[in-house]
Ligand binder design. Structure first.
Ligand code: PMT
Length: 405
């Protein structure tokens, strides 16, 4: 049953081409049983007519701060009190700036200040505007006040650019709202996730690494946070944007990742090892750049790195342990060996021989397996996959904990 049944959702629509997606959002929210009222900023009305939202929501659309039709001219207070959830989708860069600085210069920002309901924003803007330090700073402020930021997604944009800035799809936003109403499957839990590659230095300018982009691990961290977990991400070097509401510890080498994992996993409920930790590192790190003059070959002696996930699994009060297995052949067989050898509760296996999924791709296809069997998750976007996996992992964690009682 949907957690949105009879929930009163106030949808704020700000200016942006993604405003057309908000129409589908209203439809989906109502299909799940929610009652939706819409507030539009003045510029949003240049993209979609209020009449569209009126027809889809079955309610008058609100556009004016000073509304003579509202009781005692206090429409903003009535709307602020009415809402169970205030959702702003799309949330433009301008709106985020006004929200961060506590402005009340139109109906939507005034309702945001006046409401006690949880606020969720789904940003949508050009990728350069999203990555601009001013917008990053505004989002930090907004997130620190407990406002939930969902998205944006990566991909091609209406302006022709490609990058982060697309508004999430209506279904993704609806699922995020469901989590707000249920409080999330991992509420009160601490989740530690490793992501990205490690870099093992050879000399001050060279290192050994692999193709991991961090996308899978970051998607898992975002999904854990959406499920209400206190989420800690131990990240190797990546070019990904930091995730709002996720405590991120940056490391370079496998040893640094191990040190952080051992400290941060004490008291954690769940550990997910998604990082592609380098299995070997140079035994000696040269203090100066190794010169190539006169050297036709360079011999490096590599020594085995510590196994991060296996070391956390050996802790006396260990969290529920989920590892990954990146395989190029006999995927399930090798994954099962890792499950036992590393003493894990679950393993998520992917075939990294397929360049369309796994390393660096936005998509993945995996098997989730334990001693009893496996579930196949077909190829899909990593963010969607991460949400599905997190729901299954949360259910297994719950069962695991209830067996311990
Ligand atoms: O980052 P992306 O570009 O999104 O790509 C995602 C991914 C392919 C990296 C991810 O889906 C994945 O498969 N991660 C695990 C990569 C890996 O190192 O797999 P493995 O089979 O070599 O290791 C098995 C497990 O042991 C993993 O949980 C790994 O984190 C852990 N490990 C491995 C070696 C080591 N020294 N310490 C570890 O903790």
């Amino acid at each position: 049953m949907s957690g949105l049944i009879e929930k009163k959702i106030l949808l704020g629509v700000t200016a942006g081409i993604a405003a057309y997606k908000a129409a589908e959002l209203v439809r989906q929210l109502r299909q799940r049983g929610a009652c939706v009222k819409v507030v539009m900023t003045e510029s949003a009305q240049a993209f979609v007519s209020p009449l569209t939202f009126q027809a889809l929501s079955g309610q008058p659309v609100h556009t004016q701060l000073l509304d003579p039709a509202a009781e005692a001219g206090m429409g903003h207070i009535e709307l602020a009190k009415w809402a169970d959830i205030l959702l702003v989708a799309p949330a433009s860069a301008n709106f985020l700036a006004r929200l961060a600085t506590g402005q009340a210069n139109d109906l939507l920002t005034t309702v945001c200040l006046a409401t006690h309901a949880p606020i969720v924003v789904a940003p949508a803007m050009n990728q350069a505007m999203w990555s601009n330090p001013a917008t990053r700073h505004n989002c930090q402020i907004i997130a620190s006040r407990g406002i939930r930021i969902i998205g944006p997604a990566n991909g091609s944009q209406a302006c022709g650019d490609v990058g982060l800035g697309r508004m999430l799809e209506a279904q993704e936003i609806t699922e995020a709202l469901e989590q707000v109403t249920t409080g999330g499957l991992l509420m009160g839990k601490t989740v530690v996730i490793t992501a990205g590659p490690t870099r093992e230095p050879i000399d001050p300018v060279r290192y050994i690494t692999n193709h991991s982009s961090g996308k899978m691990g970051y998607a898992l961290a975002a999904a854990a946070r959406e499920e209400g977990a206190n989420t800690i991400l131990i990240s190797g070097p990546t070019s990904l944007e930091p995730l709002f509401g996720v405590r991120t510890i940056r490391v370079e080498t496998a040893r640094q990742m191990l040190d952080q994992a051992l400290v941060l996993s004490g008291g954690a409920d769940l550990f997910i090892g998604c990082a592609a930790v380098a299995d070997y590192a140079p035994e000696q790190v040269a203090l100066q750049k190794i010169k190539k003059d006169g050297n036709e070959a360079l011999n490096l002696r590599l020594v085995k790195n510590p196994d991060v996930v296996a070391a956390v699994a050996r802790l006396p009060e260990r969290p529920f342990m989920v590892g990954f297995a990146a395989e190029t052949e006999n995927v399930l067989q090798h994954a099962r060996e890792k499950l036992h050898r590393k003493n894990l509760d679950l393993v998520i296996a992917n075939d990294v021989a397929d360049s369309a999924i796994g390393f660096n791709s936005d998509r993945n296809a995996v098997w989730l397996l334990d001693a009893a069997g496996e579930i196949a998750y077909p190829e899909q976007d990593k963010r969607q996959l991460a949400r599905r996996l997190m729901q299954e992992i949360a259910a297994r964690l719950e069962r695991h904990n209830s067996r311990k009682l």
